[in-house]
Design a protein. Structure first.
Length: 343
């Protein structure tokens, strides 16, 4: 990058030159050109008198202008379910193209930022995003960047995006409550769970409370629901710490695979997840059923978007697992306003 000054009216106009400092047009400071604005744009506006000296920077051979580099970074990191804004002040915003759960490859994101050739910031992995919300920004760290160095940094990503939005696919949900859950508590849980599911486009269409927790009955009910279109099963009333718990015995009988047994999340440490040939089954404790923020809010978007819930994912979610401090940040802006108003 070459730093110099340009006097308005001089010829030739340096090719690719941009302002390297903010330039105030009026004495009151109300109108100004920000650093990074192309010199040609300043001249086209015609608001500065001939002879005005402007601080500019011009590219050396093999360098990219900031907005071009930022566009390349954004195109490299943005995956399915995203759209890009046009560059503005050297930055490109990445937005959600649809309602869904944001997935961020945090390890590769860190590697890219450590290269020193890209500035990328994202929302939290697992955040629910409404269509149109900004979920990431991409910006080159200088007015001009070496094209080859940037290309090497982006090539290290392996042509796999860092940020994507997974749409919610599962719609039909069932709740099976055990004998330990009082009928009145089931009614309260149905209202709370239905509201949370509806926000994400799902419906709690089947609810049953068992008179007796028999493994055979539980297995039969889950099998019947699955065969008639249920895509996601919630259970309530199991005791995760008891190996002979009827719900856990039923899942073993069906050949389900337990992928999460206890979560590094509060509230929700006694949460469990199993899969029966792709059908997710959640084990909810009482704190997760009645409307307060819990591990259910954290895990639900992943399940409805058909994103795998396992120990590896929850190991990452342990950082930020104190949900009283972090869960609002995983919600769309409109939801946050509702939660804060309700509080």
């Amino acid at each position: 990058m070459r730093r110099t000054w340009y006097r308005i009216g001089d010829e030739p106009i340096p090719e690719g030159a941009v302002l390297r400092r903010d330039v105030v047009v009026h004495a009151d400071g109300r109108q100004q050109f920000r650093r990074g604005v192309p010199l040609t744009e300043v001249l086209t506006r015609g608001v500065l008198p001939s002879g005005t000296r402007l601080p500019i920077a011009a590219p050396e051979e093999g360098e990219l202008e900031q907005h071009v580099a930022s566009q390349r970074i954004a195109e490299a990191i943005a995956g399915p379910g995203t759209i890009l804004d046009a560059p503005h002040q050297g930055q490109v915003n990445v937005r959600a193209a649809q309602l869904g759960v944001v997935r961020v490859d945090t390890r590769r994101l860190e590697r890219l930022v450590r290269s020193g050739h890209a500035l990328v910031a994202t929302v939290l992995d697992g955040r629910v995003a409404d269509a149109g919300e900004v979920i990431a920004i991409a910006k080159a760290p200088a007015l001009f960047v070496p094209e080859r160095a940037l290309a090497r940094a982006l090539a290290a990503l392996g042509h796999v995006p860092l940020v994507r939005v997974a749409p919610f696919r599962r719609r039909r949900v069932a709740l099976l409550a055990g004998e330990r859950v009082r009928p009145a508590a089931v009614d309260v849980a149905v209202r709370a769970l239905s509201e949370k599911l509806q926000r994400l486009g799902a419906v709690l269409e089947r609810v049953e409370r068992l008179a007796h927790d028999e493994p055979a009955t539980i297995a039969e009910r889950i099998t019947a629901w699955r065969q008639t279109g249920t895509e996601f099963v919630l259970t309530a009333g199991s005791i995760m710490l008891d190996p002979d718990d009827p719900f856990l015995r039923a899942l073993r009988r069906l050949g389900a695979r337990m992928t999460v047994r206890g979560a590094p999340v509060d509230p929700g440490t006694m949460f469990w997840v199993a899969y029966l040939d792709g059908l997710p089954v959640f084990g909810l404790a009482s704190c997760e059923m009645y409307g307060r923020i819990s591990v259910f809010d954290l895990a639900l978007p992943y399940a409805l978007a058909d994103e795998r819930l396992d120990r590896a994912l929850f190991a990452q979610l342990a950082h930020g697992g104190l949900l009283a401090d972090t869960q609002l940040a995983r919600m769309p802006q409109a939801w946050r306003r509702q939660e804060e108003g309700a509080g």
